[in-house]
Design a protein around this ligand. Structure first.
Ligand code: SAH
Length: 232
């Protein structure tokens, strides 16, 4: 998870313990607990210069360290995102990732198939889980900015992107390198085509969307740890 505000409701839900200094001088933070006999670790990006880290660089660092030091059976990249009214999305909707995760702001001229630019890193097939838990499905698309340029929008539309965030692509890249299964869980804070300035809409809805994220993650953890323990 990226920001503390996104992770706090879930950390509190399970009473997870902060393991201070686990990642040494790296700002990445670890919260850990045993749920139904299995280990649940929440890794957040931590803080630098007095603010929460967000984005691909910190997400790459955190995911690389988490895989190497915690050896997870599965990674869940849980966080908030923007989505589109035109696709029927509403604030507080929670989605599971469908198909590969792509980047929408990497324009590399001699890359006609989009291999370097889009990335398109695989995710675990969450169709059955989404049906069982009544969660929506959508393609995650990642960039390094909260706003959305026309160039970004054109790529998102062309590739069928539904959920716009700033970390999923980086987490998916690292997960693909280490062949660790990944599901993204994204809660909508803002509607890109809704007319409001994204940062204002994001701030207003962050707490509500983070509570919705906690509720969806609680269902997912119950599903993976208790109801379908043989999946991983
Ligand atoms: N200054 C703000 C910055 C948050 S950046 C703050 O610290 O409060 C937004 C975060 O929410 C990122 O981690 C990103 O993954 C997610 N996010 C939510 N809506 C988004 C959108 N429309 N586009 C990109 N990322 C979004």
């Amino acid at each position: 998870m990226a920001m503390q505000a996104e992770a706090k409701p879930l950390i509190e839900r399970y009473g997870l313990q902060n393991i201070e200094g686990f990642f040494g001088e790296v700002p990445t933070e670890l919260y850990r607990g045993i749920i139904a006999g299995k280990e649940l670790c929440i890794v957040t990006l931590g803080r630098q210069h007095g603010v929460d880290l967000v984005g691909c660089e910190a997400a790459t660092l955190a995911t690389t360290l988490a895989i190497n030091m915690l050896h997870p059976d599965m990674i869940i990249n849980a966080g908030t995102c923007g989505a589109f009214k035109a696709n029927g999305s509403e604030i507080g909707d929670v989605y599971l990732s469908e198909g590969p995760v792509m980047f929408h702001d990497r324009r590399i001229g001699d890359d006609p198939l989009g291999i370097q630019s889009l990335g398109n890193y695989p995710t675990y097939d969450a169709h059955q889980m989404a049906a069982d838990l009544r969660l929506k499905l959508g393609k995650c698309t990642t960039g390094s900015s909260l706003d959305c340029l026309d160039e970004d929008l054109a790529i998102i539309k062309r590739e069928g992107g539904m959920l716009k965030d700033m970390e999923a692509g980086a987490v998916a890249f690292v997960a693909s390198v280490y062949k660790t299964p990944l599901i993204c869980v994204k809660s909508v804070t803002d509607l890109i085509d809704g007319g409001e300035k994204t940062i204002d809409e994001f701030r207003r809805n962050l707490s509500m969307a983070s509570n919705a994220l906690r509720d969806a993650c609680t269902k997912i953890i119950q599903y993976l740890f208790v109801d379908q323990p043989t999946l991983f």
